[in-house]
Unconditional design. Structure first.
Ligand SMILES: NC(=O)c1ccc[n+]([C@@H]2O[C@H](COP(=O)([O-])OP(=O)(O)OC[C@H]3O[C@@H](n4cnc5c(N)ncnc54)[C@H](OP(=O)(O)O)[C@@H]3O)[C@@H](O)[C@H]2O)c1
Length: 443
């Protein structure tokens, strides 16, 4: 295991942007608190950036440079904090540090989702470790909980709101009745969405985080490609309104559930959840992760899922865990990390049994509802509720249907048949419904 550091602990900080500058702030402003609590002191030996000129306010205060390799190789550096982002260059730099036996703390979910297994394995070969609390849920200590606090539990499900941007947009659409584009524009103006928000609104960012969280929770290797992903781009304000009428709220959920013995259902998609589910109250840029452990039951981890100081909080906690030796010991001893576990047995999405919300645009003529019900019935799908507002005869009208549990593959087939009806204007909208576990049912 990584040998104990000599004091003060030498740090190479790769990246001093949003998160990196938060780490610098905590280490400077809380130096005394950290020393008192942990007995440790830290010395930032290098701060590596792309362009030193951009950091004029730190000139002469921070040891700025652009040479990441030299920073990593420096003998005075005991630990490397990777807060640059990106995968190719960053992956090589992390490998370099690990080969030197230096522990790495990273916030980089994209890199871990892509190469986590190889990097963990490399760390193990060189008797060091990787800490990655900040990669999921920003400041929420969910990695620590899954790898320590919940160890006694067989985890049965993990359901998270883990993408702040999507949650900001859906919250605005829900509360103000805005359309997607208007809500996205506001999120950009307020700094909650990037100029190119694709990674966030497509559900990919949530899927990368789910890959990391599910690997730890279920002790299997989960690749991003194992996860069925749908984003929020096509969520229409009208569906949010209908959902509310039926008692539901629409959220982008990252879901990992144990189904059929040890098979895992892994998915990210807009989901209707009951208005009395605790996740329905998670608003704006907040994140929350619901975990069901067989012994504990339900636990909710809630907090700021991104931002300078919350994310830096997670990075500094990791730094301390590594320096104290608790993180390296857990990394060495526990068989929960993806390089020590088998690939996940993933339930194909078409085989998933789920409830659905359908919105059809149908012509209000005699027999249309019967035709739709027949198409569903032919595929073994039964209706739970039907909602239609009054319109003039012969007009096109939205018809909303919720179903009982049905296989996703059967639903796809039924939708093809429904969209082929002359009385229906395709495409029919289909969102999944997630019922809360009984424990939290309304009595
Ligand atoms: N922002 C959040 O709220 C948040 C939350 C959770 C996780 N994360 C993760 O944390 C990481 C950092 O995010 P961030 O928001 O802090 O990014 P950021 O503000 O863009 O900062 C990136 C920093 O890395 C430096 N950098 C980038 N590429 C470099 C290279 N090739 N060589 C040297 N320096 C390089 C940049 O230098 P310059 O300053 O010269 O441009 C900048 O200082 C990412 O992996 C991100 O996914 C971020």
């Amino acid at each position: 295991v990584t040998s104990p550091p000599t004091e003060p602990i030498g740090i190479a900080l790769l990246g001093c942007g949003v998160v990196g500058s938060g780490v610098v702030r905590i280490l400077a402003e809380q130096r005394e608190l950290l020393r008192r609590r942990t007995g440790l002191t830290f010395d930032v030996r290098h701060v590596v950036v792309r362009d030193v000129k951009k950091h004029a306010e730190h000139a002469g205060i921070l040891p700025l440079s652009t040479d990441a390799q030299a920073a990593i190789d420096d003998k005075r550096v005991w630990i490397v904090l990777e807060l640059m982002g990106g995968t190719d260059v960053t992956g090589e730099l992390i490998e370099r540090a690990l080969r030197l036996g230096k522990p790495v703390v990273t916030a980089n979910k994209s890199l871990l989702a892509e190469k986590g297994t190889q990097l963990f394995s490399l760390a193990r070969q060189h008797e060091t470790c990787i800490a990655f609390e900040a990669s999921c849920g920003g400041g929420i200590p969910i990695i620590h909980a899954l790898s320590t606090g919940l160890l006694a539990n067989r985890i049965d499900a993990l359901v998270g709101i883990v993408n702040g941007t999507s949650n900001v947009i859906l919250t605005r659409m829900t509360r103000s009745g805005w359309g997607y584009e208007q809500a996205l524009d506001e999120a950009k103006q307020l700094g909650f969405a990037e100029a190119d928000p694709t990674l966030d609104v497509s559900g990919r960012d949530a899927a990368q985080k789910l890959a990391i969280l599910a690997s730890l929770a279920f002790n299997v290797q989960v690749a991003e490609a194992d996860i069925h992903v749908e984003g929020i781009e096509l969520v229409d304000a009208v569906d949010i309104t209908f959902a509310r009428e039926l008692g539901y709220v629409v959220k982008l959920l990252a879901i990992a559930e144990r189904r059929d013995a040890d098979r895992l259902s892994l998915r990210v998609h807009p989901t209707l959840i009951h208005a009395d589910d605790v996740l329905s109250d998670v608003a704006g840029s907040f994140n929350a992760i619901s975990v069901w452990g067989h012994a504990l039951g339900h636990a909710l981890f809630y907090g700021r899922g991104a931002g300078q100081m919350p994310t830096a909080s997670a990075v500094v906690s990791d730094l301390i865990g590594v320096a104290l030796g608790t993180t390296p010991l857990a990394f060495k001893r526990l068989k929960i990390f993806p390089d020590t576990t088998a690939p996940a047995d993933v339930l194909p999405f078409e085989q998933l049994e789920t409830r659905s919300y359908l919105r059809l645009t149908a012509r209000d003529v005699p027999g249309v509802l019967a035709e739709i019900a027949e198409a569903l019935g032919r595929n073994g799908i039964s209706l739970s509720a039907v909602l239609q507002h009054e319109v003039d005869r012969g007009q096109h009208v939205p018809v909303v249907i919720t179903t009982h549990l049905a296989r996703e593959g059967s639903m796809r087939q039924a939708l093809r048949e429904i969209d082929a009806l002359t009385t229906v204007r395709p495409p029919t909208v289909c969102l999944r419904i997630m019922d809360q576990p009984k424990e939290f049912g309304v009595s």
